[in-house]
Design a protein around this ligand. Structure first.
Ligand code: GLN
Length: 487
């Protein structure tokens, strides 16, 4: 069988169970694929063939003896490089951590390992997850497999590009303001940001702790449910995880939308949205209607326009606190050419962090400083509550909301990197979801000028099932997710 790397989790799991495929074969196929195309895509920061093949052998042993029938057993995965992996470098694509080998696994990694997942390596990202294009990586930008001159989105651009290019069967990303959904949309793959508190953040290098969540990036919606089943749930190591039981998300995969009430908030069709993206979304929304959903296109969330401002106060404020730990003393890069402690700390940060990270730290410390705290941080938190309340209110009428994932198709490398405001605008449609702590998924819904377009489906807190149902029904009725880039 050639092109094994193209398989989805559920396809590969079936072949593994039938023993017509081994995990070692599948793992080798992915490793070869990585070797073949990485010079073009640059989705990976670290690849660890030895560890992967060792894990694959063990998975094969368990699968063959019948000791496991887990759908993730023996399936190769790539992990965003801000998720700690014991014994495997975790760099956050930053010079600050470029030699950091964590002594422990993040909870999500423990959970994947408990199911005998095969870890191929770590994916490139915007430094400390700050960015929307993966150009802020200290190592190299990642390229969009659909057009190598364009960005894959960010900050989980490495994970999304890797899955679009079939370098692994699935990947994990993290999403603080859109970093799973926006790159998923840009690369024609499925990406889900879970409800805040659904998935443990233990071992996720913190960017903005009240917004960050880890989630799956997959080739289809079925795979998304399988990964979500594995990583969700309460964790004693993360007190912000919710004690709610984890449903079997595969049960949400029913192919019709009868009686489902969907709202389309008009504020998400922003000024500056590309007309082809709008047209693609409109066609997708009509498809949801055909599938039985009651779609209301006259919905309003009037505070949406404030989300960007709220996010760029709250996220940098939290980041400035979280990143204070990189002082060159405990771990990470350390400037050594001085006996003066203050100079050492200053130079450590100056040399260790890239421009965007420094910008965020400065914005955050400013917003939190005496005299400005009330005017910026406190005000932002109040507006955050208004945004959250507005969603609560609208969800009394609708089961889920449907919006574009991004107002544009992937832009060219270099096009926005010198214009932070333009870059920040890439996330207008995804940020409000993190501010309100809601779950949302991006799925492929077509192409505009030959480039992928994503649709975002937003759900009630802890109602991942409904957005998965909408996503699955749409996916069953279309085949956009099956289109592959020519590399
Ligand atoms: N692009 C947004 C930012 O730069 C969101 C990043 C993310 O979700 N990690 O902060």
């Amino acid at each position: 069988m050639d092109e094994l790397y193209k398989l989805t989790i559920h396809q590969a799991a079936q072949l593994l169970r039938q023993r017509s495929l081994s995990s070692v074969e599948l793992t080798k196929a992915c490793l070869q694929r990585i070797e073949q195309i990485e010079s073009k895509i640059r989705a990976c920061v670290t690849v660890c063939p030895d560890i992967a093949l060792e894990q694959a052998k063990e998975a094969d042993r368990l699968l063959q003896s019948g000791e496991t029938i887990d759908p993730l057993a023996g399936i190769p995965v790539l992990i965003k490089d801000n998720i700690c992996t014991k014994g495997i470098k975790t760099t956050c694509s930053s010079k600050m951590l470029q030699n950091l080998i964590p002594p422990y696994d993040a909870t999500v990694i423990k959970r994947l390992k408990a199911r005998n997942a095969v870890i191929l390596g770590k994916t490139n990202m915007d430094e400390f997850a700050m960015g929307s294009s993966t150009e802020n990586s200290a190592f190299s930008p990642t390229r969009n497999p659909w057009d190598l001159d364009r960005v894959p989105g960010g900050s989980s651009g490495g994970s999304a590009a890797a899955i679009a290019a079939d370098e692994a069967i699935y990947a994990l990303g993290s999403d603080t303001g859109g970093s799973i959904r926006q790159p998923a949309g840009f690369c024609n793959v499925v990406g889900l940001k879970p409800t805040y508190g659904r998935v443990s953040r233990f071992g996720l290098v913190a960017f903005a702790s009240s917004l960050d969540q880890i989630g799956p990036i997959t080739k289809d919606v079925t795979d998304c449910t399988l990964v979500l089943n594995a990583i969700s749930g309460h964790d004693p190591m993360d007190s912000t995880t919710a004690p709610y039981p984890v449903p079997d998300y595969t049960k949400a995969l029913v192919p019709d939308l009868k009686d489902l009430r969907l709202g389309v908030p008009r504020e998400y069709f922003v000024e500056g949205m590309q007309p082809e993206v709008r047209a693609t979304l409109e066609t997708a929304i009509r498809k949801l209607e055909e599938l039985g959903a009651k779609v209301d296109t006259d919905v309003s969330l009037p505070h949406t326009g404030y989300a960007l401002a709220v996010y760029y106060i709250v996220a940098p404020s939290e980041a400035s606190a979280n990143l204070a730990r990189y002082d060159g003393v405990k771990y990470g890069y350390s400037y050594q050419e001085t006996d003066n402690m203050w100079e050492a700390m200053e130079k450590t940060k100056q040399n260790g962090f890239g421009a965007e990270v420094k910008r965020r730290i400065m914005l955050g410390t400013y917003a939190l400083s005496a005299g400005y705290y009330d005017a910026y941080y406190l005000k932002a938190q109040k507006v955050r509550t208004l945004i959250k309340n507005e969603f609560d209110e609208i969800f009394r009428t609708y089961d889920a909301l449907v919006t574009p994932t991004s107002p544009t198709v992937p832009f060219k490398l270099g096009e926005r990197i010198d214009d932070p405001l333009q870059m920040y605008l890439s996330d207008v449609c995804t940020l409000p979801v993190n501010i309100a702590g809601l779950p949302a998924i991006s799925i492929p819904v077509g192409f505009a000028n030959g480039l992928p377009v994503g649709m975002q489906i937003i759900g009630k807190p802890f109602d991942e099932e409904t957005i998965l149902r909408v996503a699955f029904a749409y996916e069953q009725a279309t085949d956009w997710h099956k289109r592959k880039p020519k590399i």
